[in-house]
Design a protein around this ligand. Structure first.
Ligand code: AMP
Ligand code: ZN
Length: 463
């Protein structure tokens, strides 16, 4: 049904529809098609996506109509500045939503008059993250939901990262699925290693809402630590005045420059065959400094990168005092720092696999590596080599494409759609959540925050 007022100019304004419950007007079960508009604004990226899903779940298919990200300009500040990030969300979110609306799928009326389908739900990151940044996204989402009279799903950002492999599987074309066979699926259970600027988390996912934390960062996240290390290790001229503060990506390019003909550097990497070798210090034969791997003295299921950054910093300071570092030495330090950081990630994955094998009936045979640091090709090489060296050849490593690995709204749309399919929505006006664990053992986990609605009960659209 369409109204007659300026529809072509404002194609998202379809005709009046006044359901009392968002769930009542959507057919349940497989085969239904959902269009989700999603917003992500938990940190300094303003992201909007439009995703169409059919049937949901790991066996469903998906089409990404729009997926854009605008990052706040942190240049000159040496890191993310909350006020700058929030101002950027305020300035850019609504225009980005307006841009996205032109990419909504056609309404399917068959008359080709350019009218667009109204989204069935609005998914938005509700936490964890920076409260005023999250609030910007939530408020726009509530406004859209009120205007369209559709439900909101307030998504846990970490759940969305964890479910990304299912989005990737659903986005694959039928031909890609046939080619990839079993490896195209993303069925539970699987392990996820989320490595980003804000998180370092090893999770076991056994269902859409069933995520157990196996290890997490005690202090700074691995991406943040690598960014800080990179700021010290990279030649000063590469750092001075840089607008992009994600120096870790630059560190990878510096450590492993492209070989002749633009071909990638062949990693001369031999994995430590035992845990004893893994926790032995790295000694630079040429320059005399030493780096001790993070958490070398314990098998505790955790990650700790702040002391490690301190070590790198100390090496650079000591060498500066002794006359400075040449390019070759900086490159050796870059490789050593990345090797030890990544082996510490891989070491905890191995410990987790050993523990799962000893206690669980269904061993995980997929490791999903997501988050910005997952773009690092050397990390993937270290993980593969260490899993093989410790007898885990059967565990396949799945890395979503970079645009779905860094913060993005497509993953929020997918997680929102999966939650919606499972009957979950969020009350209008629910607050943003700064700290929002996934694991039910921690403060009730995902459902430990108020504002969830199940099967639309109590859900009232305010208009
Ligand atoms: P996210 O928080 O998921 O947006 O990821 C951003 C983090 O990933 C930042 O700390 C980046 O420096 C880091 N990152 C991006 N690319 C790479 C790379 N190639 N190697 C290591 N870290 C990276
Ligand atoms: Zn993230």
């Amino acid at each position: 049904m369409r109204g007659g007022l300026g529809i072509a100019a404002r194609p998202w304004l379809l005709g009046p529809r006044r359901p009392t419950s968002a769930h009542r007007r959507l057919p349940q079960g497989s085969g239904r098609c959902l269009v989700t508009l999603a917003i992500e604004s938990s940190c300094d990226d303003t992201c909007v996506a439009i995703l169409e899903t059919t049937s949901g779940g790991g066996s469903g298919s998906a089409k990404l109509h729009f997926n854009e990200r605008l990052t706040a300009d942190n240049g000159g500040h040496g890191g993310i500045v909350p006020n700058v990030a929030v101002a950027s969300h305020h300035a850019r979110l609504s225009p980005l939503v307006r841009k996205a609306l032109a990419f909504l799928p056609a309404s399917g009326g068959g008359d080709g008059d350019g009218t667009r389908r109204r989204p069935d739900l609005v998914a938005v990151t509700r936490g964890p993250g920076l409260l005023p940044a999250l609030a910007t996204g939530l408020n726009v989402a509530y406004g859209l939901a009120l205007g369209w009279q559709v439900p909101v799903v307030g998504v846990n950002h970490m759940q969305a990262h964890a479910l990304t492999p299912r989005l990737v599987a659903a986005l694959a074309s039928p031909a890609e699925r046939r080619r990839a066979g079993a490896s195209a699926s993303a069925s539970f259970p699987f392990l996820s290693l989320l490595v980003s600027g804000g998180h370092t988390l090893l999770l076991r996912s056994a269902g859409v809402c069933d995520h157990r934390i196996l290890a997490q960062a005690r202090n700074v996240a691995v991406g943040d630590a690598l960014d800080k290390c990179a700021r010290e290790i990279l030649p000063p001229e590469a750092v001075a005045g840089a607008r992009d503060v994600a120096f870790a990506a630059q560190l990878e390019r510096f450590a492993f420059p492209a070989g002749p003909g633009g071909r990638g550097y062949g990693y001369d990497y031999a994995p430590p065959p035992t845990r004893a070798a893994e926790i032995a210090p790295y000694r630079s034969a040429a320059h005399g400094w030493t780096l001790t791997p993070p958490l070398a003295g314990t098998r505790a299921m955790a990650f700790d990168f702040s002391g490690f950054y301190g070590q790198v910093n100390a090496v650079v300071r000591a060498r500066a005092a002794a006359g400075g570092m040449g390019l070759d030495e900086r490159r050796e330090l870059a490789r050593a720092a990345m090797t030890l950081a990544f082996e510490s990630l891989a070491g905890r994955v191995v410990l987790a696999l050993e523990a799962i094998e000893a206690t669980e009936r269904q061993p995980a045979d997929t490791l999903v590596v997501a988050g910005g640091v997952a773009s690092n090709r050397f990390l993937r090489a270290v993980l593969r080599a260490m899993l093989d060296a410790r007898g885990y050849h059967r565990v396949r490593i799945v890395v979503p494409p970079p645009e779905l690995c860094t913060d993005n709204a497509a993953m929020i749309a997918w997680a929102g759609a999966e939650m919606f399919e499972a009957g979950w929505t969020t009350a209008l006006g629910a607050h943003p959540v700064r700290k929002w664990p996934l694991d039910p053992d921690e403060d009730g986990g995902m459902f430990g925050v108020p504002g969830w609605l199940k099967d639309g009960r109590e859900y009232q659209i305010l208009y």
